[in-house]
Write a protein that binds this ligand. Structure first.
Ligand SMILES: *[C@@H]1O[C@H](CO)[C@@H](O)[C@H](O)[C@H]1NC(C)=O
Ligand SMILES: *[C@@H]1O[C@H](CO)[C@@H](O)[C@H](O)[C@H]1NC(C)=O
Length: 426
């Protein structure tokens, strides 16, 4: 006779002594297996936890032999703060600032997710800080550095002055000033450097021009740009813009300006209100529009190259409440926005197209914040925001327009670092 499966013994069957013995043996084997497996699982978890702990403490010791002077300064400040402030981390902060940052981070880490007023369900997108390799001591060091920076207005002023007198080299902008290209730039906008501009394929265009006011922005990889910082399209450059989207392989567009401010046009609406529009050889279909909150919305486009019949999906994140020459009302909202952008972008290698009106002030601020936070998430220990901004200004002039925008970038980085620290297991 066949043994009764141990998982489903039927009590109504009259079990014969022989079968009963088999049943007992099988059940015992089963129990031993379950015990063994849970034991193994426990060991594995303990080991990985232990490893993580080791990693975190191991990273805490700084040896400055290959560090830049800026980084050494940073360390010195950190030491000074630690010794003068009885080593208590919470005392590093100015009280008023602490409460602000803390309230922000508590909303990040344990506050309930604010449900977006979306036209469709979007609940799968979480608001938690994304996984990070940033270690705790680097995080604290960065936080106190930022804190010091934000409180010491003199130093901020001086650093901003130094940044303003920074001269990029080379800085020739001849192509953008050629007669046929002048009308493709926004009046009084930023010009692209000849050595760092997006070059369109001229054969894809009837007018055989390769010009668009947009700059590739490199991070660590000198061949593949991480971003393209672009001017908001003009009515006459919409087809060029989509050509750039197509040719760069872009799937995420970050738009940081409303279409108009106080009646002044900031950017031409380069997408259809509904259905589809054809811009030269690019057919753009508006698939959906999710209104997340008062500050931003997300549009999804279906893009088709009608010459080749190839198609692609492009997602546009549109921040609505950031005015020209200004800063967003809350860093938290922009950080939320950034998380959604990066969640959508995750794992890709194409550049993110970032544009506002001139593609430098608001775009530069956003790229600066994103670049610095990405570096930190990858475990970088040397974070020099001013140097990062100079690196951006080598590639496009006017990146981050005002001191307030620079200060905002520092605040945003500090708030995100604080949120990440709060979310880490203590
Ligand atoms: C490409 O051709 C279209 C249609 O003729 C024109 O509107 C557009 O300005 C051209 N773009 C460039 C970069 O020359
Ligand atoms: C694109 O699709 C159209 C309609 O289906 C077809 O007539 C045309 O030959 C296709 N073009 C290419 C390049 O495949």
């Amino acid at each position: 006779s066949t043994p009764i499966p141990p998982s489903r013994p039927n009590p109504r069957l009259g079990v014969e002594p022989g079968n009963f013995l088999i049943l007992v043996v099988v059940s015992m084997v089963f129990i031993v297996m379950v015990l063994g497996m849970s034991g193994a699982l426990y060991c594995l978890r303990y080991r990985s936890h232990h490893k993580l702990k080791e990693k975190l403490t191991g990273l805490g010791s700084y040896t400055g032999h290959d560090a830049t002077t800026a980084y050494q300064d940073l360390c010195r400040q950190r030491m000074a703060v630690q010794t003068s402030e009885h080593g208590d981390r919470s005392e590093v902060f100015h009280p008023s600032h602490t409460s602000r940052i803390n309230s922000v981070s508590s909303q990040f880490s344990d506050g309930p997710m604010q449900s977006p007023s979306a036209r469709s369900s979007t609940s799968s997108w979480s608001e938690e800080p994304t996984q990070t390799n940033m270690d705790i001591s680097t995080g604290h060091m960065i936080l106190s550095y930022m804190e010091d920076h934000l409180q010491n207005k003199d130093r901020l002023d001086k650093e901003w002055e130094a940044l303003c007198s920074y001269q990029a080299e080379p800085a020739a902008c001849a192509v953008g000033q050629e007669e046929q290209n002048v009308q493709r730039n926004r009046p009084r906008g930023v010009l692209v450097y000849d050595h760092s501009r997006v070059i369109l394929k001229p054969e894809n265009n009837q007018s055989r021009s390769d010009y668009i006011n947009a700059s590739p922005i490199m991070d660590h990889d000198p061949r593949n740009p991480a971003y393209i910082s672009a001017q908001g399209p003009l009515p006459s450059t919409v087809a060029d813009f989509w050509q750039m989207v197509w040719e760069s392989g872009c799937v995420v567009i970050v738009m940081l300006t409303p279409l108009a401010e106080n009646g002044i046009k900031q950017c031409h609406q380069y997408w259809p209100d509904e259905g589809s529009d054809l811009y030269h050889t690019y057919e753009v279909n508006l698939v959906s529009e999710h209104i997340w909150c008062d500050d931003f919305l997300v549009r999804s486009f279906y893009l088709k190259n009608v010459q080749t019949n190839e198609t692609r999906t492009v997602t546009q994140f549109h921040f609505l409440s950031w005015m020209d020459q200004n800063v967003p009302e809350s860093a938290r909202t922009l950080l939320d926005f950034r998380r959604k952008v990066n969640k959508c972008y995750r794992g890709r290698s194409c550049p993110i197209i970032v544009h506002c009106s001139d593609g430098a002030g608001r775009s530069g601020t956003y790229i600066l914040i994103d670049m610095v936070l990405n570096k930190m998430a990858k475990g970088a220990k040397e974070i020099d925001i001013a140097a990062t901004l100079e690196h951006l200004r080598d590639q496009r002039s006017g990146m981050v327009q005002t001191k307030e925008q620079f200060e905002f970038a520092l605040t945003a980085v500090a708030e995100e670092v604080n949120a990440i620290l709060k979310a880490l297991p203590q």
